[in-house]
Design a protein around this ligand. Structure first.
Ligand SMILES: [Zn+2]
Length: 302
């Protein structure tokens, strides 16, 4: 896998924290090992939550830590035309429909419940994992990736055949027909996922007019020629749907994937900026050196 292209893709909805640092270490190390190229992509698709000051701080902290991109940074907020073009491609295949459902409405639909089945760790297990044959390598890691906080909504296709008109306040979804997506995670081994059972038809644009994470990231990975996606286990469940979506968009060969362990604060909560004491800003202000911050981040990984 020489000459690969990977990416570091933070959302500027908060400051850089130790969880980001763990991801950056994996991205740069795995990519440098393969003589590859690291792209930095600012995932500011959520216009309500993204802030320029967070972006500036993230990039500044990243540079202070010594992580340097190999190409000019891109911002999702400046790539509207690229996403619109990709949407047209799906639309021409008859795969796009308007959806007026709010999250609350989907949550309230009985069929959308994520269920009460639990795994050995007592964590809720998503439908697809409950129903599937579970031929999954690295099972402890997979269990870790699915915690109650991450239990996701399954969209039951309520608006598929309603023929709603598109417009302000209306979302757009892409049909995901039943499909078994197989891929080999470079760390976990062979994986199988059924996106239509896990999440149902994917939201492409939300009711507020924002391109969604799933859609924007998939389009970007394709258009930017990303060949190796290195990210945390919390995104493992998104991989099958992104492979399926990329295929619908015309991508012949999906990228390779590597999902790394996360920093765990407790048994059932992934570390986040909400934890306060993990901000790189704070550690810098307290006199930490870059190498110490990186060592601290890696020491917290499960
Ligand atoms: Zn709907």
């Amino acid at each position: 896998m020489r000459g690969i292209i990977s990416r570091f893709a933070p959302a500027p909805t908060g400051f850089l924290h130790l969880g980001h640092v763990v991801n950056a270490v994996h991205v740069w190390r795995e990519t440098r090992t393969r003589s590859g190229t690291v792209l930095v992509r600012i995932e500011d698709h959520d216009r309500q939550r993204s802030r320029p000051e967070f972006e500036a701080a993230i990039l500044e902290d990243l540079a202070w830590l010594g992580f340097e991109a190999d190409a000019p940074m891109v911002r999702q907020s400046e790539r509207h035309d690229i996403y619109a073009h990709a949407l047209d491609r799906l639309r021409r295949q008859g795969l796009i429909y308007a959806c007026s459902c709010s999250r609350a409405r989907i949550e309230a639909a009985p069929a959308a419940q994520t269920g009460s089945a639990t795994n050995a760790a007592g964590a809720a297990v998503p439908r697809a994992i409950r129903k599937g044959p579970a031929p999954i390598a690295g099972e402890a890691d997979v269990a870790q990736a699915f915690r109650p906080a991450d239990a996701e909504l399954w969209y039951p296709g309520t608006c598929r055949h309603r023929g709603l008109a598109e417009g302000a306040g209306i979302g757009l979804r892409v049909r995901l027909e039943p499909s078994l997506e197989r891929f080999v995670d470079l760390r976990l081994g062979a994986q199988e996922q059924r996106p239509s059972d896990q999440c149902g038809d994917l939201l492409v644009r939300d009711r507020g007019g924002n391109w969604t994470y799933q859609f924007a990231a998939t389009v970007d990975d394709m258009v930017q020629g990303v060949t190796l996606v290195i990210r945390g286990l919390d995104l493992l469940a998104s991989t099958g749907r992104q492979i399926q979506l990329a295929r619908l968009l015309g991508r012949a060969d999906p990228p390779a994937f590597l999902h790394h362990p996360l920093i765990m604060r407790s048994a059932d909560r992934k570390l986040s900026k909400a934890d306060g004491d993990t901000g790189i800003r704070e550690l810098r202000a307290a006199g930490w050196a870059p190498a110490d911050v990186i060592a601290r981040a890696l020491s917290l990984v499960d």
